[in-house]
Ligand binder design. Structure first.
Ligand SMILES: [Mg+2]
Length: 252
């Protein structure tokens, strides 16, 4: 029995400022049926309070604490890992989220216990040099997500945090230590713990196979892929080549 449904946001519940068809009635229909509804986004430029305000403005009856962003997930991870003093890459709202959790944000990368990395408002070589210092001291680097690009208004794409991380990793000579955003199962784990449900009682709904569906698979819950691009959909999805024989025979 499904007791919690987790929706991805951009590309699933809304597109920028436009609400997806049937999103509001589906969310309220689940709530009416007593199913917990949660939202899970790799966004790093805003926290749950900002996203919640936007969604309420769109007509969703949603509480801030039901929204999970990868920036809040990084902070939660940092608390669990016992980090108290960190170097932060990211916008002002990200730094505020870290400070609000009682973790000190230091601008001196040499004295930080770890680096927490969100999408910087202005990616620079200086930021990468600072991460090299953290890596050189064998301190962990924890990132919000590894998305190569992210969507903005009008369907355009911009370079995402994954692009910045690739440059930083090249300079550091090693991968970052942990990425908490999807396709990592970390956020789904937090949601399951907060809702007190197990993976078998959760369904993840999203538009990206490599992010939403992959996270669900890594966590062990079921997933639904919202595929609106019918023009690119195959007629058959097979898991092994013998099924071609059955398809051809079935077509007569
Ligand atoms: Mg999406």
């Amino acid at each position: 029995m499904i007791r919690a449904v987790v929706f991805d946001l951009d590309g699933t519940i809304y597109f920028g400022q436009t609400v997806a068809d049937y999103a509001r009635e589906t969310v309220s229909g689940l709530a009416t049926r007593g199913v917990a509804v949660r939202f899970c986004s790799n966004i790093t430029r805003a926290g749950r309070a900002t996203v919640g305000k936007k969604m309420r403005g769109m007509g969703f009856d949603v509480a801030d604490e039901h929204i999970y962003t990868s920036s809040e997930a990084v902070v939660r991870y940092a608390l669990t890992a016992g980090l108290r003093r960190v170097y932060a890459v990211g916008g002002e709202e990200f730094r505020q989220l870290i400070a609000a959790a009682g973790i000190t944000v230091t601008d001196d990368c040499r004295e930080a216990q770890a680096a927490l990395v969100a999408m910087p408002s202005q990616p620079t070589w200086q930021l990468i040099e600072d991460l090299m210092v953290v890596a050189g001291r064998n301190r962990p680097i924890v990132a919000c997500n590894r998305d190569p690009v992210y969507p903005v208004e009008g369907g355009r794409l911009k370079p995402g945090l994954g692009t910045f991380l690739a440059a930083a990793e090249t300079a550091c000579g090693r991968p970052v230590d942990r990425v908490v955003g999807k396709p990592s199962p970390d956020m789904l784990g937090y949601i399951a713990a907060d809702c007190r449900v197990g993976p078998a009682e959760m369904l993840m709904v999203g538009d990206l196979l490599t992010s939403d569906v992959a996270a669900a698979r890594a966590f062990g819950c079921r997933s639904a892929w919202v595929s609106r691009e019918h023009s690119h959909e195959p007629d058959y999805i097979i898991s092994d080549l013998r099924q071609i024989l059955a398809i051809v025979e079935g077509m007569g």
